[in-house]
Design a protein around this ligand. Sequence first.
Ligand SMILES: [Zn+2]
Ligand SMILES: [Zn+2]
Length: 137
Amino acid sequence: MLKKPESMDECVYFTNRDIGSGRAMAWVYRKQCPKCSEGVMGKPINKRGKPDKKAPVYECTKCHHQMSNEEAEKIMQLEVDYKCPHCGFEGQTATEYERKSFQGVQSYVFECQKCKAKIPLTKKLKDTKKKGKEDIQ
Ligand SMILES: [Zn+2]
Ligand SMILES: [Zn+2]
């Protein structure tokens, strides 16, 4: 069983949404800093005290050790608690924290463990950059 986050502060990504007749709650936990093992890796805090989502790096909250987005995202996992919109199966799964093009929209994609359907968590439309058209199905 996956542990659902208790607070958004534990996560670098969190979503809870309906998908057709199904639903999905998905999150990515912050990772412990590989350097000091005390802080956690998150987006650097900007002048307004908010995480800077566009920063090209993740930074440790304690020692300020930095990792590129690519490096940090490689060690993070997207965990999903879902009800499949195709077969109604309720389950949990984990997948890589990497956006892929799904029917032309940048999405995190996970697979139903029962019917193997690919289920996309599309990026919010306002910040979707349409690039590439490759379909992963
Ligand atoms: Zn650190
Ligand atoms: Zn299914």
